[in-house]
Design a protein around this ligand. Structure first.
Ligand code: SAH
Length: 347
């Protein structure tokens, strides 16, 4: 067993002072994901592809439909960012194959434990540590579900004396958010100049970098991308950093590396970055609406017709994916495409 990450942070902070929220989140999630498969009932959280095959199938159909209407360009590569157990890729590729879209999956994955799980379902996959080594020729069909929310956010907080970076320090021996010393006023957009004391601006430079790269690749190589995550369509103030362990919200500072740290995705900021790189923003919509327009109701009926004893489970899964109070409204789907590619269904 390696030393608990909490001890590592305590020592670091004792010796060199507080660390930024971004540093804290990056190190915590690197440790968390590398050491385990967090998905499923026995794990910490359940994702849409693990709820039902309908999720991956409908995304696969979305990709195949767009690819066909783009004139079936070849070569074409399926790319998934943070593919978890590989379940979404399995369901999506199976659905896409029925329309003649055969591709070898490319996975961007950092976790040793999850890579092993992905290998079982996808012995032919190609793994990448980041996006830079993805194929440079051929259209890219990119999917990222609950990937951006795991990337480290940076927070700036309005203190009495001005804006400061929000840090993690030690208060009475416990890891605790504190206000940093260095002035950050120059980093604050003028729209927030009058924000009250305590206001927090959260940004995710790592997510911005991913979307910048994806959009540039789409513009240069053709293709489309779907980013699915919980988040807000419009920017807002406040911290959304949260931790989940064993399906419960826990204190993000209590046990770094032992809980999943996430933050809401700022889709408006990401859409602007994609467009600035020459990609087309197809829209950002609620997951419930998107899956309904893609035909989740009909797909559920078909599954029930072929296995009537599963009816209750299929309907419960459908409701979890599209229900207003469940994943349907909190989760958003953002679509991007190359400028010359057609519009996507569901937006
Ligand atoms: N998409 C999957 C898993 C979501 S969990 C699903 O929906 O079930 C987040 C995924 O992103 C995991 O596979 C995790 O290992 C991966 N991940 C998190 N941070 C990463 C990073 N910085 N680089 C690459 N992969 C990362």
């Amino acid at each position: 067993m390696s030393e608990p990450l909490r001890r590592v942070f305590e020592r670091l902070i004792e010796n060199t002072g507080p660390v930024s929220i971004a540093h804290y989140m990056a190190e915590s999630n690197a440790r968390y994901y590398d050491s385990r498969d967090p998905l499923g009932r026995d794990g910490d959280f359940v994702t849409a592809p693990e709820i039902s095959q309908m999720f991956g199938e409908l995304l696969g159909l979305w990709l195949a439909d767009l690819w066909m209407r783009a004139g079936r360009p070849a070569p074409v590569h399926y790319v998934e960012l943070g593919p978890g157990r590989g379940t979404l890729a399995r369901d999506a590729l199976k659905a896409a194959r029925r329309f003649g879209l055969e591709t070898r999956p490319h996975f961007v994955e950092a976790s040793t434990a999850l890579k092993a799980a992905q290998l079982e379902l996808h012995p032919d996959a190609v793994w990448h540590a980041d996006l830079s080594t993805l194929p440079t020729s051929g259209a890219l069909l990119i999917v990222a579900n609950e990937f951006l929310d795991a990337l480290p956010v940076r927070q700036i907080v309005r203190a009495a004396a001005g804006w400061r970076e929000r840090m993690v320090g030690l208060v009475d021996g416990a890891l605790t958010p504190v206000v940093g010393a260095r002035p950050m006023d120059a980093a604050v957009p003028s729209a927030y100049a009058d924000a009250p004391e305590g206001a927090i601006i959260e940004t995710c430079p790592a997510a911005a970098a991913v979307v910048y790269e994806v959009a540039g690749r789409l513009a240069a190589q053709g293709g489309a991308a779907l980013f699915i995550d919980y988040g807000h369509a419009e920017p807002r103030l406040g911290s959304t950093l949260q931790a989940v362990r064993a399906h419960r919200m826990v204190d993000p500072f209590a046990a770094p590396g032992e809980a999943d740290l996430t933050a809401h995705v700022d889709f408006a900021a990401l859409a602007a970055i994609a467009q600035s790189r020459g990609a087309r923003w197809l829209g950002t919509v609620e997951q419930g609406r998107f899956l309904r327009l893609l035909g989740i109701e009909a797909r559920a009926e078909a599954l029930i017709a072929s296995a009537p004893d599963q009816a209750e489970a299929v309907l419960a899964a459908r409701d979890r994916l599209i229900g207003e109070g469940q994943m349907g409204a909190l989760f958003k789907v953002m679509g991007l495409a190359a400028a010359e590619w057609p519009d996507g269904a569901g937006f």
